[in-house]
Design a protein around this ligand. Structure first.
Ligand SMILES: Nc1ncnc2c1ncn2[C@@H]1O[C@H](COP(=O)(O)OP(=O)(O)OP(=O)(O)O)[C@@H](O)[C@H]1O
Ligand SMILES: [Mg+2]
Length: 364
């Protein structure tokens, strides 16, 4: 019997299919495009029979009925701060093993303040911050860590983090907090703006075996001259297009070994502090003294398959010698090991054999 692999995802609607009245233009920014979904499905099909389970309203019933041996989870969910926890919680309800972090970690990582509280309690550096519920209760100016990066409390994919997120005065912060409240209906995290270099660390595996893949540096000098040095909405979605990709990543990052080790240590500490499993990406930035701080943790990292597109996790995997399908299968293998499942021999051998991008099946 082949391994039966469920695959949970949320597919971005084609533009013309989007409902006419979503609250914002970026409602589906975190969802995956058809090319990513088919590349992941193709990779999983090398290890078994793939059962596509779009994470829509009928997902619980289809999951129960098909009852896969394991589920590969890539579903971001739609509404609320616990949206990423829905699919793994349903898997737990039905007793079905799944890849990646559990509901607690997924909900925790989406809430950037709770994440920071955990990091601080574990001695992991993260920028100073305060929470602003709304304009009226915005903290007094003396407490504001200015200049500040103001962001929605529980969004990803740089939703709400455009050029206006970098605030230099109390007035700018108050206006931004009001804008976030009106647009995303949630509090804002007002965070000390760190001016140093930025890196992201992709992590694969579990426990002592969790390995940090080659670090990626974000090169702000590739942004338009008037742009603030942040890897925000415009850099991810406006200035970077498939036709004209920004050369914004350097991987492996060129850093002295002592700094690289500090970055890896902070990333691993954040991964473990939050209880991440199988894979995650940790975003880090240096302060004015050159010390690494953790900005946030992404337990469901973006994974665009086309090597010409900017996507940190696949880029780091490639630099580590893992082709895209191998990266997906490495996540599956880590999860199967963790659940004490016997891996098919095809999976083990695919992970150990060399694989050049050129030899990948078409469409990858
Ligand atoms: N405190 C900060 N100091 C300096 N820059 C920051 C700070 N917080 C965020 N940024 C910039 O804004 C970018 C986006 O922030 P963050 O990673 O918190 O948002 P996100 O929407 O969760 O991103 P992702 O696309 O990784 O999910 C960062 O990559 C960084 O360039
Ligand atoms: Mg980020």
């Amino acid at each position: 019997m082949p391994l039966r692999i469920g695959f949970a995802f949320n597919q971005k609607p084609a533009e013309e299919e989007e409902p006419p009245s979503p609250p914002s233009h970026d409602l589906y920014a975190e969802w995956d495009d058809p090319a990513t979904i088919s590349a992941v499905a193709d990779a999983l099909s090398l290890a078994g029979e793939v059962i596509l389970l779009e994470a829509d309203e009928s997902f619980p019933e289809r999951l129960r009925r098909t009852s896969p041996d394991i589920l590969f989870n890539m579903a971001e969910g739609l509404y609320g701060p616990n949206r990423e926890a829905h699919v793994p919680a349903i898997c737990e309800f039905f007793g079905i093993p799944y890849t990646g972090s559990d509901p607690l970690t997924l909900a925790l990582a989406l809430d950037k303040e709770r994440t920071k509280e955990v990091l601080v309690s574990r001695g992991v550096r993260t920028p100073r911050w305060c929470l602003a519920e709304d304009e009226v209760r915005a903290p007094s100016r003396g407490d504001l860590p200015l200049p500040a990066l103001v962001k929605p409390l529980y969004e990803g994919s740089s939703k709400g983090i455009d050029a206006g997120a970098l605030c230099r005065t109390g007035e700018e912060v108050a206006a931004r907090v009001a804008w976030i409240r009106a647009r995303y209906r949630q509090p804002s995290l007002v965070e000390e703006f760190l001016p140093g270099r930025e890196f992201t660390a992709a992590i694969l595996g579990n426990g002592a075996e969790a390995r940090v893949l080659p670090l990626v540096e974000i090169l702000f000098e590739t942004l338009p001259p008037e742009a603030p040095p942040i890897y925000g909405w415009e850099a991810k979605w406006v200035w970077d297009t498939p036709e004209a990709p920004l050369s914004i990543f350097r991987c492996p990052a060129v850093v002295e070994e002592s700094l690289a080790e500090e970055l890896r240590r902070a990333a691993r500490a954040a991964f473990h502090a939050l209880g991440c499993r199988d894979w995650a990406r940790v975003d880090l930035r240096l302060d004015a003294q050159g010390r690494p701080h953790v900005l946030e943790v992404n337990p469901l990292p973006g994974i665009l398959p086309d090597p010409r597109q900017n996507s940190c996790f696949p880029k780091a995997a490639r630099a580590a010698g893992l082709a895209y399908p191998q990266m997906i299968l490495a996540v599956l293998a880590a999860a199967m090991d963790r659940w004490g499942m016997t891996k098919p021999s095809s999976l083990t051998s695919l992970l150990t054999s060399p694989w050049s991008e050129g030899s990948e099946p078409e469409g990858m």
